[in-house]
Design a binder for this molecule. Structure first.
Ligand SMILES: Cc1cc2nc3c(=O)[nH]c(=O)nc-3n(C[C@H](O)[C@H](O)[C@H](O)COP(=O)(O)O)c2cc1C
Length: 301
């Protein structure tokens, strides 16, 4: 076994570095920068049954230590995704996780069913988008809804099911217990935090929807705390996501208990970030296995 290799449920990853949904397109957009097959995997932009135009501009706003986004799940919809993206994704030599979202629970079931016809590694349920009126985060804060959607998707899908959590939920451990019972294989911790920016010049909120999703370095300590707590509970494998900009951040997540990490907004600033992190991981783990340090900080205090 290669030092960098890790397992999550039924899947093997060549290294723990994945790119997060919505920040790496459908994969091929990044291929002009580097060969994304060196990554542990990618998570594609969340798709919905029907195409979505997303929210009006502005959609991105820089803040100290991060950015706010209000994309609103713009995507081409399932039909075009299957026609234009799946053939390419099926040929990749790395794990492809397909993120799905919906305004109604039934949309998740329909998406999972249709996607059974194709080859990819896992489904990630986006039950955590803060930038839509229906579904998204509103599903993710309710433990019964999360459990029900997960249970049905697990039944319908022939792929492993991951659930992407929202930090807005108050009972995260209860939610994860439900996901475990429902047959989910891993949890992604987290989607963005709900935030606000005020355009002080014009004395109004920046975003039409007022609140938007906050991501980037500022959220890392907040997310790490939850990764730590969930690891202590030993419920499901944890995919850490939030604020990673360099390899030390990756190590923090692994030591706190994440088996995999996802890189989000950092891709927008530096499209080579995934490649750099894999190269640094190869160097760091020359004489030690990634597996040996997952959760290790829990033994050292
Ligand atoms: C521009 C943008 C678009 C995003 N789109 C999605 C999406 O479609 N689905 C999803 O599950 N998360 C989406 N996210 C959330 C990221 O995948 C990630 O969970 C979040 O940004 C936290 O990680 P980070 O601090 O490394 O950016 C998006 C984030 C950004 C910045």
């Amino acid at each position: 076994m290669d030092n960098l290799e890790v397992k999550v449920g039924s899947l093997v990853f060549k290294n723990p570095i994945l790119l997060a949904s919505g920040t790496c397109g459908y994969g091929k957009e990044l291929m002009e920068f580097y060969d994304i097959n060196i990554l542990g995997g990618i998570v594609t932009k969340s798709i919905t049954l029907k195409s979505r135009e997303g929210n009006p501009n502005p959609r991105i706003w820089e803040s100290y230590g991060g950015i706010l986004n209000s994309i609103g799940l713009e995507n081409k919809g399932l039909e075009k995704f299957i026609a234009e993206e799946i053939p390419y994704l099926e040929k990749l030599n790395t794990n492809v996780v397909i993120s799905i979202a919906g305004e109604k629970q039934e949309e998740f079931y329909e998406l999972a069913k249709e996607l059974n016809n194709y080859n990819f590694s896992a489904l990630e349920l986006n039950l955590s988008c803060p930038n839509v009126d229906n579904g998204g985060m509103l599903f993710g804060v309710d433990k019964e809804t999360v459990k029900e959607i997960t249970k049905k998707v697990v039944k319908i899908s022939d792929k492993p099911v991951w659930v992407k959590l929202t930090p807005q939920a108050s009972n995260i451990s209860e939610i994860v217990k439900g996901i475990k019972k429902a047959g989910g294989e891993a949890v992604v911790v987290f989607n963005t935090y709900l935030g606000l920016a005020i355009d002080w010049k014009n004395r109004r909120p920046v975003f039409k929807r007022v609140f938007a999703g906050y991501s980037g370095p500022a959220i890392k300590p907040l997310v790490l705390r939850h990764v730590w707590e969930l690891y202590e509970e030993n419920l499901l494998p944890i995919v850490g996501c939030g604020g990673i900009v360099n390899f030390c951040d990756v190590l923090e997540y692994l030591l706190a208990g994440a088996t995999l990490v996802q890189i989000g907004s950092a891709n927008l600033r530096d499209p080579w970030i995934g490649k750099k992190l894999v190269e640094e991981a190869r160097e760091y783990f020359k004489y030690e296995r990634v597996n040996e340090i997952i959760g290790l900080a829990h033994k050292n205090y």
